[in-house]
Design a binder for this molecule. Structure first.
Ligand code: GLC
Length: 651
């Protein structure tokens, strides 16, 4: 709908910035005209009554012009290239790795020296975990930011970050950074001013004189870190007020009901965009809108805010994709891709935390029923959006899939979850895992799991025992887990150290700033030159590295693995096996995975149930051909084995 107010506003800023709207700035101008109505309606949906809503709306629009003007010509060219390629981020040629700069490389400068290592592996997208200033001892691994624009000296300088971005760009790689949207450190300038009594900045947070409102909030809010940071509010002595702190008590929740916060955070988002970020990981978006009487997660207005952010980015810095780090139930997760007229217009990516967790479920139980049942929800991902697929990351593993999914698989949800928790801490008969329980909440009986991929898959114990048979099995489990994440649709994000089977690092226990948080056991310090404690460990590391590299190579060779939501899961034919078909109009690729410690027999019918009748399948992993047998004959998968099967082209 035509809106003269918007027309005047745009004109004002076009003139102010002296834009050449018929020439070089036309592309921005057209994007702005195309997006302005949505931006306007989304903004007023969030702030219908705020007294200063119009002033902040103008500030938001002014920010769009500023961000565009500050975008370098190199990045503008890259925007155009990405646009021309269309959905660049769905490509099967992308493979990422999340890493802590200091723990993986030492600092930002030294990270550039590690690029050849990542090249050799095949990784071409790097998620540089938080590097902006964050108080030592109260940093939550960098997710308690005290300055969104200053690189913490322990990692280097902003120039080092820019130099890294440059090296990535010139070598055809991509950069992912975080924006910690939900909260700041209590040492952030805004929080400091709030503590000093500045009412304006107190409104940047949820601050209260007494417990009456916090108590109302608490009725619905779960605890994120019940052991180390119980409750959702803390009393700040200096300010003399209660403040909302959903995560740690040193992380103050930003109050997005105040449009000043949105405008300020949007400026930070654009600052990152103009550093050359290709994918922006929006930390904890499920939490950004709070309402009394709810659990303060996944609120509709959180989605409206994310859509607004997406529209703004689309106008000024369109080459940057958005990843919403919402680790929420399968039903909720899909909403982060947008719904209705915003379908596929909210976050471009979300973590497939459900698939990750059900893979762990399957490796523990040797049974894929829960995984297969879980797909009913996951298959609704809209085209044009994608998953981050992964086996491990810097956080714990939450068993957040629905009880109903477990029940549909014929299991008792309570008993099954109890089994999984016991299994991963090595407490069940035959468990090879060396993990720990994280965020145990005796009130709800919830707990999550910490541990590295290798330790949870049994490598740590097998190496201790110097048991080569168990070492080999652990390696098979690791590679199976990675293979599943690599081929199941989305952008695979490796986690540093997993590419060479790094086991738990218990040194965090000696550091009081970390010892309260056992997630540090899977945030290993490998920046020093790796020396392995034994030949077995060194051999295992080489083996895992080579096999991971091979997986990446195969992924990049097979264009059918581009994520166009082109996946169909096989029915359950053998309870140890999960499989799916990836397809285009011309191509098919069957991927099958055995989660059992013994051979699994899969009926050949499994390859025909989608209406194709392949005769010969080429296994890209084993590099061998398979003659497809009759329906009463079987394809045999070795223990923890898998196959990536392509019908021969002439069929
Ligand atoms: C995200 C991060 C996690 C952090 C939390 C609070 O979930 O991944 O590490 O503790 O947000 O910022």
């Amino acid at each position: 709908m035509y809106n003269p107010f918007l027309h005047r506003l745009i004109d004002k800023y076009v003139q102010l910035h002296q834009l050449d709207i018929a020439g070089s700035d036309n592309i921005f101008y057209v994007r702005l005209l195309a997006g302005i109505n949505s931006i306007h309606s989304l903004y007023y949906e969030v702030y219908p009554y705020h007294q200063k809503r119009d002033d902040f709306f103008e500030a938001l629009i002014a920010g769009l012009f500023k961000a565009y003007q500050e975008r370098s010509s190199v990045l503008q060219k890259r925007d155009r290239e990405k646009e021309a390629r269309g959905e660049w981020f769905l490509s099967n040629e992308l493979v990422g790795m999340s890493l802590y700069v200091d723990r993986f490389a030492g600092n930002l400068e030294k990270l550039s020296d590690k690029l050849p290592y990542l090249d050799d592996l095949g990784v071409n997208l790097i998620h540089v975990m938080p590097v902006f200033e964050s108080p030592a001892g109260e940093s939550d691994g960098g997710y308690a930011v005290s300055d969104f624009r200053k690189v913490d000296p322990r990692f280097g300088t902003l120039n080092d970050l820019k130099a890294l971005q440059n090296s990535l760009l010139s070598s055809g790689k991509y950069l992912m950074l975080d924006i910690v949207l939900n909260h700041t450190s209590h040492k952030h300038e805004w929080a400091q001013k709030a503590k000093e009594g500045d009412k304006g900045y107190q409104d940047y947070y949820y601050t209260f004189d007494d417990r009456s409102i916090p108590d109302e909030f608490e009725k619905g809010m779960p605890e994120v870190f019940p052991e180390s940071s119980p409750g959702n509010f803390m009393f700040d002595e200096q300010m003399g007020k209660w403040v909302m702190t959903v995560f740690h008590n040193y992380q103050w929740d930003l109050n997005f009901t105040n449009p000043a916060v949105l405008v300020a955070m949007m400026e930070n988002i654009f600052f990152y965009a103009n550093l050359g970020v290709d994918i922006l990981r929006i930390d904890a978006p499920a939490f950004i809108w709070k309402e009394i009487g709810t659990n303060c997660q996944n609120r509709p207005k959180a989605h409206t805010l994310l859509r607004l952010i997406k529209q703004c980015v689309q106008v000024s810095t369109p080459g940057m994709a958005l990843l919403g780090e919402a680790i929420v139930s399968p039903g909720e997760i899909m909403k982060y891709f947008g719904e209705g007229m915003y379908l596929a217009k909210e976050c471009d990516f979300a973590y497939n935390a459900t698939q990750m967790a059900v893979q762990w479920d399957a490796i523990a139980s040797g049974n894929t029923s829960v995984m297969i049942k879980a797909q009913a929800d996951l298959l609704h991902k809209p085209r044009g959006t994608s998953w981050i697929t992964y086996t491990r990351c810097h956080d714990d593993i939450g068993l957040g899939y629905d009880d109903k999914t477990i029940a549909e698989a014929g299991l008792n949800p309570y008993q099954h979850r109890s089994f999984l928790k016991e299994f991963f801490i090595g407490n069940t008969y035959g468990s090879m895992a060396s993990g720990a329980l994280f965020a145990v909440n005796p009130k709800t009986n919830d707990a999550r799991i910490s541990g590295t991929l290798a330790s949870l898959c049994g490598l740590e114990k097998a190496l201790e025992l110097k048991n080569q048979y168990q070492i080999d099995l652990a390696i098979r489990r690791i590679v199976l887990m990675q293979a599943h994440a690599m081929f199941s649709g989305g952008l695979p994000m490796l986690y540093y150290g997993d590419e060479c089977g790094t086991i738990n690092d218990y040194s965090y226990l000696n550091d009081p700033a970390k010892s309260y948080d056992n997630r540090w056991m899977h945030r290993p310090l490998i920046a020093r030159d790796s020396t392995y404690p034994s030949t077995e460990a060194a051999n295992a590391a080489t083996e895992i590295f080579e096999q991971t590299k091979k997986l990446i190579r195969i992924r990049k060779e097979l264009s059918v693995l581009k994520d166009s939501s082109n996946i169909k899961w096989m029915k359950e034919h053998n309870s140890h096996v999960a499989g799916f078909l990836r397809f285009t109009a011309e191509k098919q690729l069957y991927c099958v995975f055995n989660y059992h410690a013994e051979d699994a027999f899969l009926t050949w019918y499994a390859f025909k149930e989608f209406g194709h009748s392949p005769q010969i399948l080429f296994d890209n992993w084993a590099k061998a051909e398979q003659q497809v047998g009759a329906d009463n004959e079987y394809f045999v998968l070795p223990p923890y084995g898998f196959a990536i099967l392509e019908p021969k082209p002439w069929q």
